[in-house]
Design a protein around this ligand. Structure first.
Ligand SMILES: [Cu+2]
Length: 499
């Protein structure tokens, strides 16, 4: 996990998740005595939780726990705190998936747990109101105050009629629960005058899951898509599909922007791979450019484009042992090949016209996407996202055959990753699944081994191998480019396949 131990860096960087201390708490003003909190849900037995939260103070000490459960009446919220000041404390679901320090919405000053953002407001009401009020007129994130007794302990059980754990527009999964220093007056914008944030915890699945860690990408418009990892240095590269920025995280060190989007001719960053010399190849998506970038300096070493006037979407890249790069085009039915010869400019050729093969492109859909090449360079394999078909392509003969698949559907198949002994990992983006497949020796057939999902997967686009055989999965959230908005911050999650 040294990958994710980087220090906090600039506003456009990957950094460690976790709790940092040492930031002064901005004191809240005294608030009027709030109205009585809404009634607890019958006081009956707590339902089995769907999500759990560990509430930590800024030093990382656990000071409470919460359990959340979907019920027919709404979201059952149970919380217990200890070791905090007596009195009523504001309590809310905040929008972001972060308990990092960050800007206070009112003052802009960095405060503890500022990374959690403002109150969860799926109805875009922009209004602080009463707990349980309709999300059209108030933040859905309002919860009743927690009353803490003289011994420093407090508890609350409450039913929120409009929130869920399960996926949906008002799902709280992955977001943050925050306890404040002062009571919420259920009125003042934006946070009920409830003062400093004293406890925070991420809302996580109750059942143990395969997610073993997470790295954050700051910025509200990142929509990361591709990833590559240098197995020798441990450096990880990822890029923004919308802005084109390319980031590098050095193992155990500070993260950095490697190359800004808009750099020579490149507006987007999609699939990426490292070649045998450690250079980073990046597919430019609808911008239709393939760039080769120096992984240390960020300089563009070379670029090539398909002929002008074609409706292209250069989506992913595989680099063969001979140095040739095969680039999938999700719109134009061609498999492109880029060759680099010493002293010669990069050249892109329409290596295989797919109209002469069994592959049928569906109009206005994402067709060929992820692509891998065998270690000996004798086979290529690509997934057609729109149909879920896997295609084996022979670089020597340019022959194409459909891979027979034994298992569930692979539609939405985005990135592919080759593992040891012909294992293949496929990311299904829209269904939030990691599918493990076993390829036959000649890649003519594939058998599903396992299908992994977790609420912390958010439209996973692709993955790279991390340390110890873990997967580092890109949470692209490409389904949230318009509405609903993405869950911030963007992140990469590590999946422990052994779990
Ligand atoms: Cu709050």
């Amino acid at each position: 996990m040294s990958l994710f131990t980087s220090a906090r860096a600039s506003a456009i960087s990957l950094r460690l998740t976790g709790l940092a201390a040492g930031v002064a708490i901005v004191a809240g003003c005294a608030a009027p005595v709030p109205p009585a909190a809404p009634v607890a849900p019958g006081g009956g037995q707590a339902p089995a939780p769907d999500a759990v939260v560990r509430l930590l103070d800024p030093s990382g000490r656990e000071a409470g726990r919460a359990a959340l459960a979907d019920t027919a009446q709404g979201l059952d919220v149970r919380v217990q705190v200890s070791g905090i000041a007596p009195g009523a404390h504001g309590f809310h679901v905040h929008a972001n998936a972060s308990c990092e320090p960050g800007p206070d919405p009112q003052t802009g000053q960095t405060v503890n747990f500022g990374g959690a953002g403002g109150h969860f407001d799926p109805g875009l009401s922009r209004n602080h109101g009463r707990p349980g009020e309709h999300h059209g007129s108030a933040h859905a994130g309002e919860l009743p105050n927690i009353d803490v007794a003289a011994d420093g302990r407090g508890a609350l059980a409450w039913m929120h009629p409009h929130l869920t754990v399960k996926p949906g527009p008002r799902s709280v999964m992955g977001r943050a629960l925050v306890v404040h220093a002062q009571p919420d007056d259920y009125e003042s914008d934006p946070a009920g005058n409830s003062g400093a944030r004293i406890l925070c915890g991420l809302i996580e699945p109750a059942a143990p899951g395969p997610v073993a860690g997470r790295a954050i990408l700051e910025g509200s418009n990142v929509f990361p898509e591709g990833i590559a990892r240098d197995g020798r240095s441990g450096d990880v590269f990822t890029g923004s599909s919308s802005e084109g920025h390319i980031y590098r995280v050095k193992a155990g060190a500070q993260a950095q922007l490697l190359q800004a989007g808009g750099s020579p001719g490149r507006q987007g960053a999609f699939g990426m791979k490292l070649d045998g010399q450690g250079r980073l190849w990046v597919a430019g998506g609808p911008g239709g450019v393939v760039s080769v970038i120096d992984p240390v300096s960020g300089a563009t070493l070379g670029q090539t484009l398909p002929p002008k006037g074609l409706h292209v979407f250069l989506n992913d890249i595989a680099i063969a042992p001979d140095g040739a790069a095969y680039v999938t085009d999700s719109f134009h039915p061609v498999l492109w090949r880029v060759s680099t010869a010493p002293g010669a400019p990069m050249a892109m050729e329409p290596w295989l016209d797919l109209r002469g093969t069994p592959i049928r492109y569906l109009p206005n859909q994402i067709n060929l996407n992820g692509i891998v090449v065998s270690r000996d360079g004798r086979m290529l394999l690509a997934v057609q996202l729109s149909t879920g078909q896997l295609w084996r392509i022979d670089p020597a003969t340019r022959g194409v055959t459909q891979v027979r698949v034994e298992g569930g559907p692979l539609t939405g198949g985005d990135g592919l990753l080759l593992g040891e002994r012909n294992q293949l990992v496929l990311l299904r983006n829209a269904t939030n699944e990691v599918v493990q497949l076993q390829l036959s020796d000649d890649w003519s057939a594939a058998r599903e081994l396992r299908r992994i999902t977790d609420p912390r997967l958010r439209y996973p686009t692709t993955a790279a191998w991390g340390e110890g055989g873990r997967l580092i999965v890109v949470n692209g959230q490409l389904d949230r480019q318009k509405s609903p908005p993405p869950v911030l911050p963007f992140d990469l999650v590590t999946i422990d396949l052994a779990r």
